[in-house]
Design a protein around this ligand. Structure first.
Ligand code: GLC
Ligand code: GLC
Length: 660
């Protein structure tokens, strides 16, 4: 294949050259594609839809795959296999999903709505199995959820499976939870209930007992090439010079010696999670097959797990490599062709500059917002909003057609991933500040209300992350232990304050279920050998349905948290200003009070949030200049206020203000 270099020096510009090659190769692949349609007996009308999207996205896809694999002698063979896999995926796609695809192509911003409110849960811990989960749909509806992220539920290795993230088969559900058919039935029920289904695509690694890994262990070269394996320390030592350690308490370094194969295997996370080698196009094709299989069970959004790590290059940190983006874009282009209703959500828990690089309609349409999450906790600890404001001022905006998911807690730890320069700009030393936050959230700092637990403390670097439930981190555990009504009140208010922000700041709010009634840390995980080594289990307890019976009981803390969250969720859905992302910070002239205006299609909502445990005021004329007019209403409390006087906020108080 003749292709010019991408340096613009050649007679034929590179792009034109590649477009020509793309066109030519598709023509050469035509007979194979037609044979595939013939074989699968796909209806002509469905073929037409695929073919028109193929025509649209093929040039892009070709370019991306060429960037990754174009230098290989067998590029054309892999290109063919990838195209045929996509065609097979479309042929297997249920008609209801194809209809939904058509719908979403016409309404590409469907997920930007104020109606979308998410929840995340482990099926086994929340409801034991998929069947029971189906019967709990009314609970999600009662709370107001319209988006459900089920933690990995596929077949896993026995023993420790990193909470489902060590997958041994992407095509079967963990038998303890159910079957693929149960998953499909659940997806159908959720769709009928207007709830979007989100599942993980754990594509950076497989479990060490995935059949590819087993073949590799049996000595088969073809499958050893699916992973990164080295016979001696030569290469691993070279790589280690520039690698971080993600789970340093599991094992030092990023490689695990495998006795049977006599090889070092690349294992970024746990030793039983083998990193896949995307330098090998066979891996890309095989994972595309798995991706489309999962999509076709009825998934609306795929959470791309550990995106930052999927491409390795000697001499780099092997995180956030340009090729990682190329690779996700290639998967995205294939999804546009073969499962166009599907969206990607990136899980990039990295520096904020890097987080946004994954967010694009061509890459991931949705992203976790780890910076906002960390800085909301930071603001609670410091009682000041300066770092949060600084960060939001230039980090909230995203490209059109994309959005954040705003969360407070998830199944993972909290890492203090704010930007050092943002901190420096307001006179904060980032290193000391992280140290302070770790001390604060592990309850060691004098006056701390938090009951967090260290995660992955690295004695060498001093680095540490924090585990703990929202309620325990916000002070409820300590308050209940002290049996102190005032402390309980403050803890509840902190939680509601955090909800008031994530529900209104722009993006999809995402709760970790159990949060909605103030679930505390559960220290029992240490008794389970498969969990004891990983403190993240402290915030992943089993759902206590019996607690919800208290929702009848007026005075209970759980009822108060639940009904307040429920009411705010309901209110969010009544406020079209909360669709999408557009947000402008306002100067409140009060270091404890965060203020912003949300706007969408002529609707406006002004939000004030007091991060201190003292009452605070904001000058009335500040709000007037922010466009509130003379009279306005707090939609949270229903009170009408005027900008002629200062507005007072209670300790941890917040307001959602609308002009009347
Ligand atoms: C993601 C998951 C985390 C898991 C890791 C390895 O970061 O959220 O729980 O440990 O990937 O799969
Ligand atoms: C997982 C881990 C988290 C780590 C991240 C890196 O989310 O749980 O601790 O920082 O991966 O992407």
């Amino acid at each position: 294949m003749i292709v010019s270099n991408d340096n613009g020096q050649n007679h034929r510009p590179a792009r034109e050259g590649l477009a020509y090659e793309a066109d030519l190769s598709l023509r050469r692949l035509r007979p194979r594609l037609d044979a595939e349609w013939e074989r699968s007996q796909t209806p002509a009308e469905a073929i037409d839809r695929f073919e028109s999207r193929l025509a649209e996205y093929w040039p892009t896809l070709f370019k991306l795959l060429f960037e990754l694999y174009g230098q290989r002698y067998d590029f054309f063979y892999h290109l063919e296999q990838i195209l045929l896999t996509a065609a097979r995926g479309w042929a297997d796609r249920p008609e209801t999903l194809r209809e939904l695809d058509a719908h979403r192509i016409n309404d590409p911003e469907w997920f930007q709505s104020e109606q979308l409110v998410g929840g995340a849960l482990y099926v086994d811990l929340f409801s034991e199995n998929l069947g029971k989960l189906r019967s709990q749909i009314p609970y999600f509806q009662k709370l107001g959820l319209t988006y459900l992220h089920l933690m990995p539920l596929f077949a896993v290795r026995p023993g420790d499976s990193d909470g489902g993230y060590a997958i041994s088969n992407y095509r079967s559900v963990d038998p303890r939870i159910g079957t693929i058919d149960d998953l499909r039935a659940l997806a159908d029920d959720l769709r009928d209930a207007g709830i979007v289904l989100v599942l993980d695509f754990v594509f950076n690694h497989t479990a060490d007992d995935h059949h590819w890994a087993r073949h590799a262990q049996a000595g088969e070269r073809e499958f050893q090439d699916y992973y990164y394996m080295f016979p001696d320390r030569g290469m691993p030592d070279q790589y280690e010079k520039t690698l971080r350690e993600i789970f340093p308490t599991v094992r030092r370094g990023n490689f695990t010696w495998h006795e049977g194969m006599q090889q070092w295997v690349w294992t970024t996370f746990n030793s039983f999670q083998w990193d896949l080698n995307y330098g090998n196009p066979a891996v890309f094709r095989a994972m595309l097959d798995e991706l489309l299989f999962i999509a076709n069970t009825g998934v609306d959004i795929l959470r791309l797990d550990a995106v930052a790590f999927i491409w390795k290059k000697l001499g780099t940190g092997c995180e956030n490599q340009p090729e990682a983006h190329t690779l996700i874009r290639a998967f995205n282009a294939l999804a546009r062709i073969a499962a166009p209703g599907l969206l990607f959500k990136s899980e990039a828990i990295v520096h904020p500059d890097e987080v946004v690089r994954y967010v694009d309609t061509q890459e991931c349409q949705v992203s976790y917002n780890p910076t906002l999450m960390a800085l909301l906790w930071e603001s609670l600890a410091t009682r000041k909003v300066s770092l949060l404001t600084r960060s939001l001022s230039h980090r909230h905006k995203l490209p059109p057609g994309t959005t954040w998911t705003n969360y407070l807690r998830c199944h993972d730890d909290i890492g203090w991933t704010f930007d050092d320069l943002d901190a420096e700009a307001i006179g904060i030393n980032a290193f000391n500040h992280r140290k302070f936050l770790n001390e604060f959230y592990t309850g060691q700092f004098p006056g701390s209300f938090a009951r967090g637990v260290p995660f992955q403390h690295n004695a060498e670097t001093g680095d540490m992350r924090i585990s703990g439930t929202m309620a325990s981190l916000a002070g409820l555990e300590q308050a209940i232990e002290a049996d102190d009504a005032d402390l309980k009140e403050l803890a509840i208010r902190r939680m509601l304050l955090l909800y008031a922000v994530t529900l209104s700041i722009g993006g999809i709010p995402l709760l970790y279920l159990g949060e909605e009634w103030g679930m505390l840390n559960d220290y029992d995980f240490v008794n389970d050998p498969a969990k004891a080594g990983d403190t993240r289990w402290v915030h992943r307890p089993k759902m206590r349905w019996e607690f919800l019976e208290e929702l009848q009981d007026d005075g209970s803390i759980r009822k108060r948290i639940f009904t307040s969250a429920q009411r705010m969720i309901q209110l969010r859905k009544e406020l079209p200003a909360l669709a999408n992302l557009q947000m402008e910070l306002i100067a409140t002239d009060n270091p404890h009070v965060l203020g912003y205006v949300r706007m969408h299609e002529g609707n406006r909502l002004l939000v004030l949030a007091n991060f201190s445990d003292e009452p605070q005021t904001v000058a009335g004329n500040r709000l007037r200049t922010a466009g509130l007019g003379r009279f306005f209403q707090d939609r949270i409390s229903g009170t009408t206020l005027t900008t002629s006087v200062d507005v007072s906020l209670e300790p941890y108080g917040f307001m959602w203000l609308e002009r009347v």
